[in-house]
Design a protein around this ligand. Structure first.
Ligand code: FNR
Length: 382
């Protein structure tokens, strides 16, 4: 059957992946309330069309973080993507390059930033955590500079790692060794298993060999997870800015006050994000948070939104409410898990087509025009 939308890619990913990995991608924290709200709350906004306006030529391009891009879309940071398809991050980067959009690589990626930079020619951003071991962190920043990384994306919503109950049940990331059931789970998904066997043994590509040497994969994961530093404060942004003078994006902002703090601490841009509902369950959805954040920022820095973006209409709504672009999370990873590079390309082109059609049907021909007509979005309830 032909793939009609992102939900189809999700279903194909579910069939191809061992349950433990699909659940890791698909799940959120605690009751998954915030995760569900991210997607559902886009429906709180209705689009008002204007008809009989020549929409024969449409320009979907967007400029942000110092570059011109074919779409207002970034492939956002997703940890362990190289476990969902062999060399997954490199394959995704190739799809991003072909579509003319940037990719942001997770600190927790399998392919290293150098491998991804070599694999594809597109603006590469690196998602970073400020780690307890600042020397390790400095090494990553230095490598990012050498790999021609265009922006650092500092994730700030993960002072501690939340509980994801599906992972608890599956023993994913919670055990130091795989459960016996995990081997069966993998064997029951032979296409995935063969792909993995053909690719390299997994290791976390962004931590220095000094830290990965002598540690098996699970030990590397727990080593890096233990490096997340719960003592971090706004003042620590200065430490980062002294070492990185390129664009700095702060990811994980939900309130107007924190948005102002990010601006005051010298961020180039922010990502309105709740980590796809994987951290603070009960936090508001990102599309609900966006309008007041955009008002507080008042155009001083660029704004991205992520969380629940599965449709072109979602992108239209985010831009109309003040975002300069969106980061995709699960949407591209479902594609990767389902069909590797071509699945990521499918995810991007499905969203491109829906975004393009939605603009046309609203009587709008460019992002600039859409943002001017933000008032043509109505809330279903006050
Ligand atoms: C993530 N996300 C994430 N964010 C980050 O800053 N560093 C990371 O390593 C990860 N890892 C990660 C793994 C998986 C499997 C998922 C689904 C998400 C969060 C991600 O960047 C983004 O904020 C959300 O995925 C956006 O929500 P949607 O689009 O997935 O609903």
């Amino acid at each position: 059957m032909k793939t009609a939308n992102i939900a189809d890619l999700r279903e194909q990913a579910r069939r191809r992946l061992p349950t433990m990995f699909f659940d890791y991608i698909d799940g959120g924290s605690f009751s998954e309330r915030t995760m569900r709200a991210n997607e559902a709350d886009f429906d709180d906004w209705l689009l008002d069309p204007l008809v009989l306006r020549d929409v024969s030529h449409r320009d979907l391009s967007a400029s942000f973080l110092g570059g011109e891009h074919a779409l207002p879309i970034v492939l956002g940071p997703v940890g362990f993507a190289g476990l969902f398809a062999g060399n997954g991050e490199a394959q995704a980067a190739q799809a991003a390059a072909a579509a003319g959009i940037p990719m942001c690589l997770s600190t927790f990626s399998i392919c290293s930033m150098e491998e991804v930079a070599r694999a594809a020619d597109m603006p590469l951003y690196l998602q970073l955590y400020i780690l307890r071991d600042r020397i390790l962190c400095e090494e990553m920043i230095e490598r990012a500079r050498n790999a021609n990384v265009k922006a650092l994306v500092l994730t700030v919503d993960s002072a501690v790692s939340s509980i994801r109950e599906r992972d608890t049940r599956n023993g994913f990331r919670t055990a130091s060794r795989l459960r016996p059931g995990a081997a069966l789970d993998m064997a029951l998904h032979p296409r995935w298993a063969a792909d993995m066997l053909l690719s390299r043994r997994p290791r976390l590509g962004n931590i220095s060999p000094r830290c990965s040497a002598g540690r098996n994969f699970m030990d590397q994961v727990s080593f890096l997870s233990n490096q997340l530093d719960p003592t971090l404060r706004w003042e620590d942004i200065r430490w980062l800015k002294e070492r990185w003078n390129g664009p700095l994006v702060i990811k994980g902002i939900l309130t107007p006050d924190d948005a102002r703090r990010a601006v005051d601490h010298g961020a180039t841009a922010i990502v309105v994000s709740n980590h796809g509902g994987r951290q603070l369950d009960g936090a508001m959805s990102t599309i609900s948070a966006l309008p007041s954040v955009a008002a507080a920022v008042d155009g001083e820095v660029e704004i991205f939104l992520d969380g629940g973006v599965r449709r072109g209409t979602h992108i239209v709504k985010a831009l109309a409410l003040g975002a300069d672009g969106v980061f995709l999370g699960r949407a591209w990873v479902y594609g990767l898990a389902a069909h590797g590079r071509s699945g990521v390309a499918d995810a991007i082109s499905l969203l491109r087509a829906e975004f393009d059609l939605t603009l046309a049907l609203m009587g709008v021909t460019s992002i600039a025009e859409l943002r001017k007509t933000g008032t043509r979005l109505r809330r279903t309830q006050p």
